[in-house]
Design a protein around this ligand. Structure first.
Ligand SMILES: Cc1cc2nc3c(=O)[nH]c(=O)nc-3n(C[C@H](O)[C@H](O)[C@H](O)COP(=O)(O)OP(=O)(O)OC[C@H]3O[C@@H](n4cnc5c(N)ncnc54)[C@H](O)[C@@H]3O)c2cc1C
Length: 403
C-alpha cells in the first residue's frame, strides 16, 4: 500500500497551492467587497472572472472530469487532494477552476449521456466556463429524499415535451449567468417504479419558467454559490431533442450523477475542516484568558488533537473511496461513497463547531468565515440525500451478507 501522491498529483498540488496563495486568498476580501456593493445581489463578483482566466492559463481547469477529451484526464485519486485544496476557499476556488457543483455533475451527465447536439450547445460553454447550470430534482410538495416521489410531469406532445411542476433548492439557478436547467420529472407514471422518470434540458429563458425566489440557508442567501432557487414550470415547451438519454432513464442518470458529486463534496469538506483547524490554532495561540493563551487550556488542546484525528480518518476513507471508484467503478465503491457522505459532513461540522467555540463570539460573526462554513457543512447532511437514507441503504447492504 502506497500512501504517497503520484508525481502528477504532486506537481498539480504545488501549482494549485501557489495559485491559492497568490490569487485566491487575496481575492477573498475583494469578492466580499464587490458582492456588498453589487446592484444585483445574485451577480458573481468580477474578481472571479480574473481568477478563472488565470486558472485556465495555468492549466488548472476542469480537473474534475476524468474524460481527457473534455476534462483534466485525472483519476479520482489524483483529483481528490486538489479538490481538498479548493475546499479551503469554497466560495471562490472551485468555480475559479470550473470545478464547482452543480455544474460538475451536470457536465458529467452531458458528457456521459448527451447527444452530439446537446454537447455542442450546452456542454461546450459549460466546459469553457461561459455559462452556469442547475439541477432541478427536489420538489416542495413531495419527500424528495425518495426520488421516485418526484411528481413534475414531462409529457410528449408532437415534436415537443411539455413540463409542469414546482422545484426548490435548485442550486445555482439564481445566478444571472445560469442558462440551462437539467429537470427531472416523470414521463410515464404507470411504468415500473424506477422507469417512470426522465431528465430534460430546459433553457432558463423558456416561456413558462418562473424563477420565484432564492431559498435561505440559516439566513444566508448562498449567493456565492448562485443561490438555491424555487422554480415553477408552467406549461413549459421544449423540443423533444432536449430529452437526455431517453424516457425512463432519469433514475439511472440521477444515480450515475450523484456518485462523483458526493465524493467531490467530501473532498472539499476536508479542506474546509483543515482551514477551520488552522484558524482555531492561530486564534488559540494569540488570545489570552486568565493569564495564559487559551491554547494552553487542556480542553482546547483536546479539540485540536481530536480535530486532527477526525480529519485524518476522513481523508483516508475519502482517498480509499476515490481509489475504489477508479479501480472497481462507482457501483463497486457504493458502500464507501455512502460511508464518506455520512461521515465527512459530520466531521467537518464538529471541527467547525470547535473552531467557532475557540473564537468566542467572533466565531459566529461575519468577521470570520466559520459561521458560514458551518452552515454550509450542515446542509451537506441533507443535500445529495439525507444521512438517514444513506445509513438505511448502507445497513441493508451490510445485513444482506448475513441473510
Ligand atoms: C444547500 C442545499 C442545496 C441543495 N441543492 C439541490 C439541487 O441543486 N438540486 C436539487 O434537486 N436538490 C437540492 N437540494 C435538496 C436536497 O437534495 C433534498 O433536500 C434532499 O434530497 C432531501 O429531500 P427533502 O428535503 O424533500 O426531505 P424529505 O424527503 O422530506 O425528508 C425529510 C427527512 O426525513 C427523514 N427521512 C427520509 N427518509 C428516511 C429514511 N428512509 N429513514 C429515516 N429517515 C428518513 C430524514 O431525516 C430527512 O431529512 C439541496 C438542499 C440543500 C439544503
Amino acid at each position: 500500500m502506497d500512501f504517497a501522491y503520484d508525481a502528477k498529483t504532486e506537481e498539480l498540488r504545488d501549482k494549485l497551492l501557489r495559485f491559492m496563495d497568490e490569487f485566491v486568498y487575496p481575492a477573498e476580501p475583494v469578492a466580499e467587497r464587490q458582492l456588498a456593493e453589487a446592484e444585483d445581489p445574485w451577480a458573481r463578483p468580477p474578481v472571479l472572472d480574473e481568477l478563472k482566466a488565470e486558472a485556465r492559463r495555468q492549466g488548472l481547469w476542469n480537473l474534475f472530469l476524468p474524460d481527457p477529451e473534455h476534462g483534466g484526464g485525472l483519476t479520482n485519486l489524483q483529483y481528490a487532494p486538489l479538490a481538498e485544496i479548493t475546499g479551503r476557499s469554497p466560495h471562490l476556488a472551485p468555480e475559479a477552476l470550473n470545478c464547482a457543483a452543480p455544474d460538475t455533475g451536470n457536465m458529467e451527465v452531458l458528457a456521459m449521456f448527451g447527444t452530439e447536439q446537446q454537447k455542442k450547445q450546452w456542454l461546450r460553454p459549460l466546459l469553457d466556463g461561459e455559462i452556469r447550470s442547475a439541477f432541478c430534482m427536489t420538489e416542495p410538495d413531495v419527500a424528495s429524499s425518495d426520488a421516485t416521489n418526484i411528481a413534475t410531469s414531462i409529457v410528449r406532445d408532437g415534436d415537443e415535451y411539455v413540463i409542469n411542476g414546482r422545484k426548490w433548492w435548485s442550486s445555482g439557478a439564481m445566478n444571472p449567468n445560469c442558462a440551462i436547467f437539467i429537470v427531472m420529472g416523470k414521463t410515464d407514471p404507470d411504468a415500473e417504479r424506477h422507469r417512470q422518470q426522465a431528465m430534460i434540458l430546459v433553457p432558463r429563458d423558456t416561456p413558462g419558467v418562473h424563477v420565484k425566489r432564492g431559498m435561505h440557508v440559516f439566513g444566508y442567501t448562498d449567493a456565492s454559490h448562485g443561490g438555491h432557487a424555487e422554480i415553477v414550470f408552467d406549461n413549459v415547451r421544449v423540443p423533444a431533442d432536449n430529452l437526455i438519454a431517453g424516457e425512463g432513464e432519469g433514475f439511472a442518470i440521477a444515480q450515475a450523477r450523484l456518485g462523483p458529486g458526493r465524493i467531490h463534496h467530501c473532498m472539499r469538506l476536508i479542506g474546509i475542516a483543515e482551514r477551520a483547524l488552522e484558524l482555531m490554532c492561530r486564534r488559540a495561540i494569540s488570545r489570552v484568558a486568565f493569564g495564559r493563551p487559551i491554547a494552553r487550556q487542556g480542553v482546547v488542546q483536546e479539540w485540536i488533537a481530536e480535530s486532527r484525528v477526525r480529519i485524518e480518518q476522513a481523508r483516508l476513507l475519502v482517498l480509499k473511496t476515490a481509489w475504489l471508484m477508479d479501480t472497481v467503478g462507482n457501483k463497486g465503491a457504493h458502500t464507501e461513497i455512502q460511508a464518506i457522505k455520512i461521515g465527512t459532513p459530520l466531521m467537518a461540522e464538529w471541527v467547525l463547531d470547535k473552531a467557532i467555540q475557540a473564537h468566542g463570539a467572533g466565531g459566529v460573526s461575519q468577521d470570520f468565515p466559520l459561521a458560514e462554513l458551518w452552515a454550509s457543512a450542515r446542509t451537506l447532511r441533507l443535500a445529495d440525500g439525507p444521512d438517514e437514507v444513506h445509513r438505511m441503504s448502507l445497513a441493508k447492504r451490510e445485513l444482506k451478507r448475513y441473510l
